[in-house]
Design a protein around this ligand. Structure first.
Ligand SMILES: Cc1cc2nc3c(=O)[nH]c(=O)nc-3n(C[C@H](O)[C@H](O)[C@H](O)COP(=O)(O)OP(=O)(O)OC[C@H]3O[C@@H](n4cnc5c(N)ncnc54)[C@H](O)[C@@H]3O)c2cc1C
Length: 489
């Protein structure tokens, strides 16, 4: 008889797990709190504007291709991808730099800023390619349940080539001196939620993803990806129950038996939670069956939270590209205010996404849609005044840098703050991207993919292996599906 699997949450990881398990012959039902699926990749649609609420950088297209390929499909069966060229713009205090899609042009940009750096970049990217191939196609597909998974001969002999013990900051500094090039190369580390000095140089694989594999955009916005996964899941027979806010997991001995929401759901043989790990462990489970202690969670290094502004503008802003990084303030100061002495930042760096540059359906003709993101420390107190202060700060900084005022042209505005992450996703301390990817929070040192106290409870998503980001969340769904298969063997 077919086994029944229940999954809490329809973000990337829950959707991926559902697809793999349905393909493997299980009856799968997903329970999602919101009416819209996609989790952090939901959308806001208002007054002709369409905003992606969360992820906006489509990197590592090979991981998405591999996901759909596992079901005999292609990405192009579901959505159209466009490579952005230039990939993005970085505003520094005195000039801006466009990061070209072409490697030849990129080498020229490097050489212009630092003599001899083009040759160094070639070598740097060659090493990064090796790390990408081993890291993304081998290491991250390990479930992190046992240290012996890392005792593979290729990994051991390659461990120094993989630069696990050196920081990426040192690795970059050894090769490049120009501060702008250094910042360009350190930027992808921000996706990992930790500082370059605390992130293993293994993650220069992100530079390969950025500069060689490129920045892509799925036409229609990032939310077309979870919609594609939902379509695939439905084709495979997965059932969706949306608007179900799970408030407890009820047990019988050491087995999960029921989900408590507005009503009760039972009849599953195994349960996967793709909701925030901390919430499942500390809130949905009774104290007797929690995998970790409160102190454990308090001692975790979380990735930052964010304050976001979704802004509709009734004119065009020619000096913006699709992706824009405002690195015109002190990176170290902002980092300290996130990680070392957590407080609202005094002079934050900003990120602005403007998908209307690429995709006409995301704003009315002649208008632009801006998503402005400021990373902030998790767990800060907030108020309406603080949110308005940062909104004004962001708009004024952007106006100044792009040399055009548009505050009076704002016809739509929506603010999304750390508190919204808590209310919407039960996110621990309002984290936006899960746990920081430090060496001590990598692989088997991450919260475990399977519960040690509830035999049929498993976890997936950005707080467990392999980590934060859309591609890792897809992989996480595959890893947990493998665990379920092992459980029923
Ligand atoms: C602002 C922002 C920008 C980002 N930018 C990028 C980017 O550019 N590129 C990139 O690759 N990654 C990016 N990320 C990270 C990426 O979006 C996440 O790592 C990924 O979406 C996490 O997927 P998930 O399935 O683990 O979790 P989620 O997306 O959080 O999914 C969990 C689901 O569980 C549901 N849920 C929670 N509690 C319950 C409950 N009690 N009952 C029922 N359902 C529940 C939630 O509603 C949610 O749908 C960004 C994230 C944010 C927030």
């Amino acid at each position: 008889m077919k086994k029944n699997i229940s999954i809490i949450g329809a973000g990337f990881s829950g959707l991926a797990a559902a697809c793999y398990l349905a393909k493997d012959g299980y009856n799968v039902t997903i329970y999602e709190k919101h009416s819209q699926i996609g989790g952090r990749a939901r959308t806001i649609e208002k007054d002709g504007f369409l905003f992606d609420m969360g992820p906006s950088w489509y990197w590592m297209p090979d991981v998405f291709e591999r996901f759909f390929g596992d079901f005999g499909k292609k990405v192009s069966d579901y959505y159209e991808l466009k490579r952005l060229s230039p990939g993005y713009r970085i505003y520094f205090s005195d000039e801006y730099l466009d990061v070209p899609a072409s490697l030849e042009e990129l080498y020229e940009v490097f050489e212009k800023h630092e003599k001899g750096s083009a040759a160094k970049l070639k070598q740097f990217l060659k090493e990064a390619e090796y790390k990408y191939n081993v890291g993304i196609h081998e290491l991250v597909y390990k479930p992190g349940v046992n240290i012996s998974e890392l005792m593979d001969a290729r990994l051991i002999t390659g461990i120094f080539k993989l630069d696990v013990f050196k920081s990426i900051r040192k690795h970059i500094a050894k090769n490049f001196k120009n501060p702008k090039l250094v910042q360009l190369l350190e930027f992808p580390v921000l996706f990992l939620g930790a500082l370059p000095q605390n992130t293993p140089a293994l993650y220069s694989l992100m530079n390969y993803a950025d500069l060689v594999l490129g920045t892509w955009y799925p036409m229609g916005g990032m939310a077309v990806v979870p919609e594609a996964m939902k379509k695939l899941a439905l084709e495979l027979g997965v059932k969706f129950e949306t608007g179900v806010d799970v408030s407890a997991i009820e047990l019988n001995g050491n087995l999960a038996k029921k989900l408590k929401a507005q009503k009760e759901y039972n009849g599953f043989d195994a349960l996967i939670s793709s909701a925030d790990y901390h919430f499942t462990d500390q809130v949905l489970l009774p104290p007797t069956h929690r995998h970790y202690t409160k102190d454990y969670w308090e001692s975790r290094k979380m990735a930052p939270s964010s304050i976001l502004f979704y802004v509709g503008i009734n004119k065009k802003l020619p000096n913006l590209l699709h992706h824009n990084l405002f690195f015109d303030e002190d990176f170290e100061l902002h980092s300290q205010e996130i990680y070392t002495t957590p407080k609202w930042p005094s002079k934050p760096l900003l990120y602005v996404s403007c998908t209307s540059k690429t995709d006409p359906i995301t704003a009315p003709e002649g208008y632009e849609n801006l998503t402005i993101l400021i990373p902030v420390a998790p767990g800060l107190n907030e108020s309406e005044e603080i949110k308005e202060k940062y909104f004004n700060l962001a708009i004024e900084r952007i106006e100044k840098k792009i040399g055009m005022s548009f505050k009076k042209n704002i016809i739509f505005k929506h603010i999304y703050s750390p508190k919204n992450f808590i209310n919407d996703y039960n996110s621990f301390k309002g984290n936006a991207y899960g746990l920081a990817n430090t060496l001590l929070q990598t692989a088997h040192l991450k919260p475990s993919i399977k519960s040690k106290k509830v035999k049929n409870l498993f976890y997936t998503g950005q707080l467990t292996v392999p980590g934060p980001g859309v591609p890792p969340s897809l992989i996480s769904g595959k890893l947990v599906a493998d665990q379920i298969n092992n459980y029923f063997k």
